[in-house]
Design a protein around this ligand. Structure first.
Ligand SMILES: *Cc1c(COP(=O)(O)O)cnc(C)c1O
Length: 393
């Protein structure tokens, strides 16, 4: 068992230098756009090496830097940059390594807007394809076959969006490295506590901090963690030129969120495991997708590469009728209907039926899928809520 003592220290203390802010136990919000200099030479020096100086908050800011130090330490990266949203981080990372004529290979079920971004990039002559995970088929073989001479990025999610299937991260990183292809992972589900992609050979780890890192459903933000040369390249180009920097107040809220991340994740995991076990034995549930369950086909891969499980999962009821799904969703009282996840509150979200059915088929996502984010409420109340909802059809 991983004891998380290092992570707990980092979340509480890393990057904080109290003597610089009058001994205040909580670092201040440096809510300023610019920094002033003592003379001509000092500002020239800052211009020459902006990444290591405070010049303008679109580049660097002391509050933001504390957060970046914590996140990169948590995932054993050399550096981190924080963005105004997860999508700002994802699009910046993709832009940094593609140009006209390149190909991006996505592996596993990928967050919808990320695929929409890939679709958008077609107008610049950048193409993409997707390799989905099928039980029983060797994913490595499928990835190898899908690599093209112009493949620049292999971008993965593990667990994948909505279906929560896992891929062998280390094996894919090795395959990509041998072919000189850069690898990126969306590590939002696992948090920097429960999965360390850089240790497995992945080049770039990306997070939506709007989920567990914030943890209170009051911030939208993102982060990229990687080697210093990669972060520097992104800093001087996509980060500063797209202008998608996080605000100091949001960074401060995330520093506050990180202080309780280890404790919250323990509880999310404990609650989610009980909810998943309940769903698995409920007679109206067809299937539960949660890698923490021993019966899950990806459980063994998870044991190798995950240090814990978060609170997001999906399930299918024993009915494909939209009216039954509507009844289940509408019967929940504690689980609120809404997008996003990773906050203190429990949420439920069905896959929408309608004009996107072809897209769901393309991505092999069942029409009856219902996603839940298990929050920090009393677990017996959560199970009772679902039990009641599942008896509604
Ligand atoms: C929410 C989410 C994102 C996008 O993050 P935003 O902060 O909403 O831009 C990316 N990937 C995953 C897996 C997410 O859940």
């Amino acid at each position: 068992m991983h004891d998380f003592s290092e992570e707990k220290y980092i979340c509480a203390h890393e990057g904080e230098e109290h003597e610089k802010y009058f001994g205040a136990v909580v670092p201040p919000i440096f809510e300023n756009s610019l920094f002033v200099f003592k003379d001509y030479d000092a500002i020239v020096e800052a211009f020459k090496n902006e990444k290591d100086h405070y010049l303008y908050t679109r580049g660097t800011n002391p509050t933001v830097e504390i957060l970046e130090k914590k996140l990169s330490a948590l995932e054993h990266g050399e550096a981190c940059k924080c963005f105004t949203s997860g999508m700002a981080a994802i699009s910046a990372a993709i832009d940094a390594f593609t140009s006209q004529g390149d190909h991006i290979l996505f592996v596993n079920n990928i967050y919808g807007p990320t695929l929409r971004y890939a679709e958008y990039l077609k107008k610049y002559g950048i193409e993409y394809s997707i390799v989905l995970v099928d039980e029983g088929k060797d994913i490595l073989e499928k990835v190898e076959e899908a690599i093209r001479p112009n493949t620049k990025i292999i971008y993965l999610e593990s667990p994948g969006t909505m279906t929560f299937k896992l891929v062998d991260i280390k094996a894919i990183a090795e395959l990509a490295k041998a072919k000189g292809i850069i690898t990126m992972i969306d590590n939002t589900w696992a948090t920097p506590l429960y999965q360390k992609p850089l240790d497995m050979g992945i080049d770039i780890s990306i997070h939506s901090c709007s989920k567990y890192i914030g943890g209170h459903s009051d911030v939208v933000a993102g982060a990229i963690i990687s080697r210093r040369d990669i972060i520097n390249k992104i800093f001087y180009n996509e980060f500063q030129l797209h202008g998608g920097n996080i605000g100091p107040f949001e960074a401060w809220l995330l520093i506050r969120g990180l202080r309780t991340l280890p404790l919250r994740m323990e509880k999310h995991q404990e609650n989610a495991m009980k909810v998943a076990e309940f769903l698995e034995q409920n007679k109206n549930v067809e299937r539960v997708n949660y890698p923490g369950l021993k019966s899950n086909p990806y459980y063994e891969i998870g044991r190798k590469q995950l240090k814990g499980y978060s609170g997001l999962m999906s399930f299918e009821i024993k009915s494909n009728k939209i009216d039954d799904i509507r009844r289940v969703v509408n019967s929940c009282r504690i689980f609120k209907i809404g997008v996003s996840w990773g906050g203190y509150e429990s949420l439920i979200l069905p896959v929408f039926h309608g004009d996107n059915e072809d897209e769901l088929k393309r991505l092999n996502i069942p029409l009856g899928l219902i996603r839940i984010s298990v929050g920090l409420e009393d677990v017996n109340s959560l199970i009772g809520d679902l039990e009641n909802a599942l008896s509604s059809f």
